[in-house]
Design a protein around this ligand. Structure first.
Ligand code: NCD
Ligand code: ZN
Length: 346
């Protein structure tokens, strides 16, 4: 479909890093301007592991939403070896905690408190299956013997397949998938297994990491993959399958933390997220499927009502600033100093 104007139900972001304190206050407006709700990741320092911490974090986010904007943070817990089945029951009962996030220990930013082997937390997963609380999975092995570009595929074989067999009733979101293998795994599973797809994995392949030199602002976890994988993700996202939905994984880091001897993983996209997704869907010739991916499939999977407000996008280019404020520093956003083809009209 070719159109210069898209009038869609207001979208949600099903995977977002907001950080905390001043940094959070400086980025939350980018998301609230576009999305009605977001699944907020719990990888703070220290991580959000209890319902009480999640509710306090939620209050801090709500207090930081700029005046005149409405935004609902959907909270998550960080799964550790100390997580108890009782905490899962309390999470479900709160009505405000919507999922539990599994980080393989050492896989990414602030994952030191993660679980090294899913099998060690099976009692908690049983409680989640019973309570019908979704598990959000960062699907990469951390085994140093596995090539960094193969970590997602190996995770599927070693962990996703056994998980699906052991807990057929557990709802699982395979987060920020990056490979054709993950697309195929989700497509071959039941409706209990879904996946989020970031906009940077839809628009960039791994050449973007080495475009004339090392590009630290394109470094994220899971790392960008080959063009054939980007093509598979684009087909999955734009194809109308309700098991794929929008999750930006927008992950702000201070510029100096990205430009370090050991630079942090994470790409910041909240400043232009839905506009960049429109570019990707336009590339695929599937703008008519953006609304399902961005506004319907996520709430349907999470069993939440769809939004009723609307968002209008128009084909009108604008220039991204070279930096955006982040606490007492700055963050370099995706497409910094470059042009984005779509704008928000209302
Ligand atoms: C995320 C972050 O910075 O918190 N980084 C990233 O590269 N995506 C963590 C994560 O989701 O892996
Ligand atoms: Zn993330």
């Amino acid at each position: 479909m070719h159109t210069d104007r898209l009038d869609i139900v207001r979208p949600d972001d099903w995977h977002l890093h907001l950080r905390d304190g001043e940094a959070m206050a400086s980025v939350v407006g980018h998301t609230a301007r576009r999305f009605a709700r977001a699944i907020v990741m719990p990888n703070l320092k220290p991580p959000v592991t209890t319902v009480a911490q999640a509710l306090a974090y939620r209050d801090r986010i709500l207090a930081a939403v700029p005046a005149g904007m409405t935004f609902e943070p959907l909270m998550t817990l960080y799964l550790t070896r100390q997580t108890t089945p009782q905490e899962i029951v309390a999470a479900k009962a709160s009505g405000l905690v919507h999922a539990v996030k599994f980080y393989p220990q050492g896989a990414t930013t602030n994952s030191a408190a993660g679980v090294s082997d899913l099998a060690t937390v099976y009692p908690v997963l049983e409680a989640m299956e019973q309570a019908d609380l979704p598990l959000l999975v960062h699907g990469e092995v951390t085994d140093p013997a596995v090539d960094v570009f193969d970590r997602e595929k190996t995770f599927i074989d070693r962990h996703m397949v056994p998980l699906r067999e052991r807990f057929p009733g557990l709802r699982v979101v395979f987060e920020h998938i990056t490979t054709a293998d993950a697309v195929q795994f989700v497509q071959s599973a039941t409706a209990n297994i879904a996946a989020t797809i970031t906009v940077h994995h839809l628009l960039l392949n791994r050449n973007a990491l080495f475009d004339g030199g090392v590009r630290p602002h394109h470094y994220c976890a899971p790392v960008l993959k080959r063009e054939q994988h980007r093509q598979a993700l684009l087909r999955a996202a734009t194809g109308g399958d309700p098991r794929f939905f929008l999750g930006t994984d927008s992950a702000p880091h201070p510029r100096e933390a990205k430009l370090a001897d050991c630079g942090c993983a994470g790409i910041f996209t909240a400043h232009a997220a839905i506009e960049l997704y429109a570019e990707a869907f336009d590339e695929a010739g599937k703008l008519e499927n953006l609304e399902g991916f961005a506004s319907f499939h996520g709430p349907d999977f999470y069993r939440l009502p769809r939004n009723t407000e609307r968002l209008v996008l128009e084909r009108k280019a604008w220039t991204v600033p070279d930096t955006v404020p982040l606490g007492d520093s700055v963050c370099v956003p995706m497409r910094a100093s470059g042009s984005v083809a779509w704008s928000i009209a209302s």
